[in-house]
Design a protein around this ligand. Structure first.
Ligand code: SF4
Length: 363
């Protein structure tokens, strides 16, 4: 059915630009290579999980070197996953343990609330220790290479975007259904059996649910690419834990300056953090970057975002320039964004992409 609804999702299989930017993702999707999180399960972490946190991080760093080595051998067909032993304690077990410890003084995102969520505390995002999802389904509205995408919408967010289109999910962390890592793992396996091209973790925002997601991946037996669909306001520790578990970072690069970020999403140091995390994500896996063009923000946000991508990540970076802005939630309190985007503004955004040399744009 989705083939009829989204013929572009079929055509993209032959699209050389999409394939060149997402080479490994396509190989995992086509069952030619293992998903990164499955590889993580075969990397030994030679440390008791009761060790002190410093020792766990030291072992994690060694484990990541080993992970990259194994991944490169798997990708060049010098090694097969089936021939690797399953260690008693894996790199993914270690990541789960470290995430559990961070939850006790939460620093999953750069807000760094340091509340003990494991003991019932709640920080800025309002998300508890038990993750909640507002919905999960086979999504047919994502980028063509992702469709059909098995998407889990977690309640709550680390941002407060005043124009959020999913505000009923992002701003109500207590809504939705509590989910365990084991139930998520089973849902992913079923979706993989039903033909999902990937599992897509979104919200709201997946970041406050990092502990749940890592544990779900640990329990998941399906070989399916994992997509981290995020505002990219994660702490460095979270980026390190994510590293080696995600096949695609589907990032949302919203603003070209801190003033707009503060005004519309109530977030500080936006550029510094989001730029840093894009660099880390680019080094770790493959990227699709989304940029929603905001009314009256083509010069202050769209231009610097697209310039930065072209200059730092290269002209073949897969970028989705989006025109579907609607004035939702509290947008009517901001006159300059209280309307739809004009055709002129969107054409200007596309022109900028061309000017800065981006050659792999999805529109
Ligand atoms: S994930 Fe939530 S509680 Fe944790 S640091 Fe971020 S906003 Fe604070």
């Amino acid at each position: 059915m989705w083939r009829l609804l989204r013929p572009d999702a079929v055509e993209v299989l032959k699209d050389e630009r999409a394939r060149s930017a997402l080479r490994r993702y396509f190989a995992v999707m086509e069952k030619k290579l293992p998903a990164r999180f499955q590889v993580c399960k075969h990397v030994a972490a030679n440390v008791p999980l009761s060790s002190n946190t410093k020792e766990l991080w030291r072992t994690h760093s060694e484990g990541m070197k080993e992970f990259r080595d194994i991944l490169s051998k798997l990708d060049s067909k010098k090694l097969r996953l089936e021939n690797l032993a399953t260690p008693e304690i894996s790199l993914l077990d270690l990541k789960v343990e470290l995430a559990r410890r961070i939850l006790k003084s939460c620093r999953f995102c750069e807000r760094g609330c340091q509340v003990n969520r494991a003991a019932g505390g709640k920080g800025f995002c309002g998300v508890g220790a038990v993750s909640r999802i507002s919905s999960e389904f086979m999504h047919h509205g994502e980028e063509p290479e992702l469709v059909p995408s098995y998407t889990l919408f977690f309640s709550g967010c680390t941002f407060k975007c005043q124009y959020c289109q999913n505000w009923d999910i992002s701003q109500f962390p207590d809504e939705g259904v509590p989910v365990s890592p084991a139930s998520i793992a089973r849902l992913i396996e079923n979706a993989a059996g039903d033909g999902a091209r990937n599992v897509n973790f979104v919200g709201g925002e997946p970041t406050p649910n990092l502990h749940t997601i890592l544990e779900a991946l640990k329990l998941c037996r399906a070989n399916i690419p994992s997509v981290w669909n995020s505002n990219m306001y994660l702490s460095v520790e979270s980026m390190e834990l994510l590293s080696g578990t995600q096949d695609i970072y589907l990032s949302d690069f919203k603003y070209g300056n801190d003033k707009c970020a503060e005004r519309y999403s109530k977030v500080s140091r936006y550029l510094e953090i989001v730029v840093r995390n894009h660099r880390l994500a680019f080094r770790d896996a493959e990227l699709i970057i989304r940029h929603l063009v905001l009314p009256n923000h083509v010069e202050c946000c769209t231009r610097p975002v697209l310039e930065w991508i072209a200059e730092n990540l290269g002209p073949m970076t897969r970028v989705n320039i989006m025109d579907q802005y609607r004035a939702c939630y509290l947008a009517d309190q901001f006159e300059e964004i209280n309307r739809r985007l004009t055709q002129e503004e969107f054409s200007k955004a596309l022109k900028i992409a061309e000017e800065v040399g981006l050659k792999n744009v999805i529109t």
